[in-house]
Design a protein around this ligand. Sequence first.
Ligand code: GTP
Ligand code: MG
Length: 474
Amino acid sequence: MSVIIQSQPQYPPRPHSVVWPPAPIETHEQKLRRLAQQREAFRVSQAIDRELAQERALLANKAPQFSLLLLGQAESGKSTTLKAFKSHFTPKAFASELDHWTAVIMLNLLRSVHMILDAMARQDALAFHGSEVEPHLTVTTYIRQLREILLPLFTVEDTLHLRICPDNQPASPTVPSDPTPPGVWTTHRSVSPEVLVHSAQYYKMGPDSAHFQPLTATMKQVIKESHAAIRKYALHMKALWKNETVQAILKAQKISMRELSGFFLDDIDRIAAESYSPSEDDVLKARLKTHGAMEHRITIETGVGSRNKDWLIIDVGGARKQVSTWAPFFQHVTAIIFLFPLSTFDQQLEEDSKVNRMEDNMALWREICSNTLLTKVQFILFLNKTDILKAKIKSGTQVNYHITTYKGPNEYQEVVKYVRSNCLKIYKDCSPRGRRNPCSVHLTSAIDRKSMSHVLAQVREHIMNNQLANTKIL
Ligand SMILES: Nc1nc2c(ncn2[C@@H]2O[C@H](COP(=O)(O)OP(=O)(O)OP(=O)(O)O)[C@@H](O)[C@H]2O)c(=O)[nH]1
Ligand SMILES: [Mg+2]
């Protein structure tokens, strides 16, 4: 079983100094009162100290032997690695968590439909504003009809969005800069923002949480109604996705839906089926952005003796402005897994469109490598999203067009070699003095359970052996 604990334990405020200076002129009664107050404050302070010591001892007894911090850019695959970890080491707990992801998967699907409709609206606006649009890239009447039919799904999307993360507002209406011209349709608002999950918020719904709450009746009802809507519109969603003109327009706008997070458009039939409940693979693919830090206590279920079963895994949000929330964990972790997504070479940061995402990854890696708080921590590097890198290279995307320092051939193995050697060079050059642990590197596709099982078993062995070796040296 795994349990989530609060990031920062909250203790009652402590009295400050227990010694008050005497008032300048003090009567005998005042002096007695002051001394009595001092004794009482001292007693309270000691009681709190004892309580804290007991709590610390209790936590130390229960403290997991190993703690693992997952780091990396937004969408690098940290939460997916956590899920893969659970799927491999705590399969029973993970299996009972699957149904809680139904709403997220449905929301991911509806968001993709919304994105396609937005792309069609942009294309239509191009034509209206006088740009020359080739006939095979012109939005057809059939696509417009599909859009009219699918409109009610926006409401379903909003409802799911607000239910999964009540702090998130639904996408605000887009106010067109000029009145929408007759005959040109818009989706009336921009595509919905990503769904955020705040620390211990969504997971409170999961059975692995200390605050486990089964799905509420309201949530069950929302899921039921959303599923009914998805069933009702499944054929139309499929028709939109499979439409040749839609595909051509998406390609012209350089939108590759299959490479986006939370892609379920190829699974509409399966998701719309009456008996649908998410598979483990669906859950690994589901996208829910993390905000803040979440600590997961995991008790490994199978395949090992009674020792070394308790692990603490910390998953953090990877958006740039969240990087400052990582530091409090640095001093207490056994190892970090840094997720480096190989697929980002042709992407820009969401927060700053001038910055290439792969270069930002390198900068982040450099920062982490040179952090002196992490001198004794074991470093594990996952070069992740290998499947997307392969697909991009296969489709002809030129790596050296985006990463100008790369001079090798446009081949998967060569690109991996380049990134790997750069990362290891940074590790070597930037490590603080006194770092002895080498950095181990794994090529991963975090959504591929089979290959991840193999990698995670190796990682676990590696961490335990290293920890043992470090203890002996000490
Ligand atoms: N194809 C593919 N998709 C992946 C891989 N790793 C993760 N994903 C998907 O990428 C999306 C983002 O992954 P997350 O694990 O949510 O990323 P994160 O690092 O936790 O992101 P933040 O919470 O925003 O910091 C999810 O939809 C995953 O299913 C991979 O190796 N290959
Ligand atoms: Mg995450």
